[in-house]
Design a protein around this ligand. Sequence first.
Ligand code: IVH
Length: 692
Amino acid sequence: MQPDFFSTPAQVAGTGTPSGDAEWRTRAAWLRTELNRHNHAYHVLDNPTIPDAEYDKLFRELQALEAAHSELITPDSPTQRVGAAPLSQFAQVRHSAPMLSINNGFADEDIIAFDRRVKDALKSDTEVEYATELKFDGLAINLRYEDGILVEAATRGDGMTGENVTASIRTVRAIPLRLHASHPPKVIDVRGEVLMFKSDFARLNARQREAGQKEFANPRNAAAGSLRQLDSRITAQRVLRFFAYGIGVLEGADMPSSHAGLLDWYAELGIAVCNERAVVKGAQGLLGFFHGVAEKRPHLPYEIDGVVYKVNQLSEQRKLGFVSRAPRFALAHKFPAEEAMTIVQDIGVQVGRTGAITPVARLVPVSVGGVTVTNATLHNEDEVRRKDIQIGDTVIVRRAGDVIPEVVAFVPELRPENARQFSMPPVCPVCGSPIIRLEEEAVARCSGGWVKCAAQRKGGLLHFVSRRAMDVEGLGDQLVEQLVDKHVITTAADLYKMGLTSLAALDRMADKSAQNVLNALEKSKSTTLARFIYALGIRHVGESTAKELARHFGGLDALLQAAEEQLLDVADVGPVVARSIMLFVSDPFNLELIEQLRAAGVNWTEGAPESRPKPLLGKTFVLTGTLPDLSRDAAAEMIEAAGGKVAGSVSKKTSYVVAGEDAGSKLAKAQELGVPILDEIGLLQLLEKVNE
Ligand code: IVH
């Protein structure tokens, strides 16, 4: 059943234009309630109730009413969410009850010890009941409601005094401007976390990039940066969320008896609480919740840095009290950090298998997500300049999953006076050949090639044996390093000529491990055409292009003999890739290598060339903005499957621009050049038509 403040005043709904002050007032009140209800459904319950266009219509009606009758504007009107005139500074707010911090635990033992301390202090001989929730990675906020109306919002600050961010907070649609209660408390301080969802963060950064503005390092910084905007109209353009997890002052209502009860009450009041919460018993219950959340973590739409445990009964919380500035009744169980701060001691370069020179930050070792990191990639010279990373800087380093750690940003306040800029060395540190950067390329390369440059040879061999290529188990970088440095092998074909004695003679190798490597090499000989093409390491031919090439040509010889125009017929292959393949096959060294590999017994089953129709052949598409349902990759895949190409920039030659929400300069360019513009539905219709 809906609470009665949602109901439609019968005398207004569906009737004609109201006349007279009272009716205007009733209509405005009804519109406010309706709009707030839809907002709550959309932003708090994640369950939209009306189409956006319908919402906008009601919104505009209310705006018009308020413009004509300014006395109708109330503090809880949804029109008040668009941001206000910029402030010159944030006012200070003294919290009525301090906003505390919380103690951290990392290991299982820390959690077991916490539970034991709680149990002892409560003199309990049964398992203690805990409310468990997520530790959101955003910023803490205090929302003050008086008689159900949001009157003030403040950041945590130092815990005693924070900043008044009411104007920004009003723009956050997940935060109700009026509580859903016919008899709201006289005063309530709702505490919780403001955060930005990963998808909204990605969209914001894409927009920042397109506008040539600074990108945010992570969703937390984006949330903090957006909330602490003196110009709340900027905040209004960003999507911030909120989850409540605590309470400060409460007057004029009974405090629930448990933390879980508090969160349930919040949900009734229309305040967003996260569904990933539970009530558990004892240390085993806590650890069970933690491990369950750890598994879900990558799939959550927002970032968390751990979970929080709170003794559930508030009477027990009061008994436990506080030590210094943290409660004894709560503990944050944190995941190992995926970001850490450290110092750049030097910036060196690494030579990849295609000769690409990657600047690498040599770091003071730091533990990130439980792994010690000493090097982090800076991607390329332009990135170093763009991020303005210098030697001596204190930087934020991030690693996520298996990816190579990267330098996210430097900390300006900590830049030393003697910080030094990176400069690209003129010659390859491995083979001494000149480093060359072509004008149209972001990457500088060693010009030594395979033959001169051992780094490129090692890189090429490692690529050849890698899991997605020939998949030779047990042939890691240390072994390849030795094989190349000791001149045991030069090319990939040499791998299959190695004998047990030469392998077993290497450092850290015994007969058994050497035999394992030989067995793995033998096994790798039976492969697929796609894997083999990928393993060759042709520049610009990644795994998916290799698959397309294999599917299209069916056999290796057809590929080796293909003319450039035939290559261009392959989905996924544009002029750059086609030229790179032509260059590869025109080198007798490469053809010889392929022959030797075949002679060594590398084999695959060949198929018939593919004859799938390519109705969009020759058509170029540019994707911009966010499509309602299709991800960028999915849209590109569908276009490419029909033979079309997806390009990054709009020109006269572009056949179509597919534009979604927040499309920027590319859409404008398309309009200027008269390039046809499709939305998602238009694209799907086109694909359906051509694929018929
Ligand atoms: S409770 C009395 N619960 O973590 C305990 N905090 O150091 C007060 N945080 O600044 C905090 N998720 O920003 C609590 N579910 C959660 C939380 C949470 C994130 C943050 C909060 C606070 C910090 C505690």
